[in-house]
Design a protein around this ligand. Sequence first.
Ligand code: SF4
Ligand code: SF4
Length: 330
Amino acid sequence: MIKPAEWYDKLDDRKVVCRLCPAECSLQPGSKGICRSRFNRDGELVTDNYGELVALAVDPIEKKPLYHFYPGTNILSTGPNCCNLGCLHCQNWSISQESAPTKYLSPEDLTQAAIDSGTIGVAFTYTEPLIWFEYIKDVAQLLREAQLRVVLVTNGYLNPKPFQELLPLVDAMNIDLKGMNEQFYLKICKGKLAPVLDNIRAAYESGIHIELTNLIIPGENDDIAEIEKFIEFVASISANIPVHFSAYRPEYKMQNEPTPDSTLLELLELSRKSLNYVFLGNTRLSAGSDSNCPGCEALLIKRDGYKTEIVGMDRSDCARCGFKTMIRVN
Ligand code: SF4
Ligand code: SF4
């Protein structure tokens, strides 16, 4: 459905500049932005993906991945047919980078679907939900009224003002921090690193729950010095932010070798010296799947695939030593 877009400036000759994300596309009448979802219609910026769902499914919250946000629950998951980055390794490229069939659901209908699903709320995920800005705002208001949760799984690539506008409407985010190198962001993801770092800090400071994911691509972002910068950045915000190092597999336009287990294990050991909660994803390794207490190392949450068992917690605290884990539970 076509709707007026927010966050843009009008220029002379019916030209517009979109200010939603750092790409700041400058658009002549009739042309579309990089995200393929906003276009200049006769001097006005409009979005044509409002409420257009490219997927709808009930997923375990662990699949987002969010390990410390209502562990063991399910969440209704959906996303738009677009993205404002162009990662060469995108695992969902057929719905993020190319046109795919969509189905319209009004904010009321999606909220009702979330209520009917019996899950904790809605996760906007799969592709890039931030570009669904207007729709997410409308749905989030209704989910709030229904006392359901709002989750974004995102690349974090938005301009600061619209990002600040979304934060009060969101309960949790998993933000991709794809590397710590501007060149990597430019060459591999077609974007910039600095706005993502700023938004991670802003999201944490707003008080919402955040977790970070870093897909480790051999030869591209697996340099130990860079990983150390990543760890240092996260620790400078909070050692309690859960971090997911995820294994890469060849996909889309990138055919590098898969991430070796040895790299993942090395990163796990290195990062656990500074961060309290580090996990491995997209791997059969059993290391890096459970949550342990940073205070006394007691097992808090046991995971086997998407089977999750809370074993050592008293509400949000460690049942053995009382450590305040910051894990959000029912
Ligand atoms: S949201 Fe889309 S149109 Fe707007 S600046 Fe970003 S990529 Fe360009
Ligand atoms: S940001 Fe995510 S959805 Fe977008 S291209 Fe990159 S990996 Fe794909």
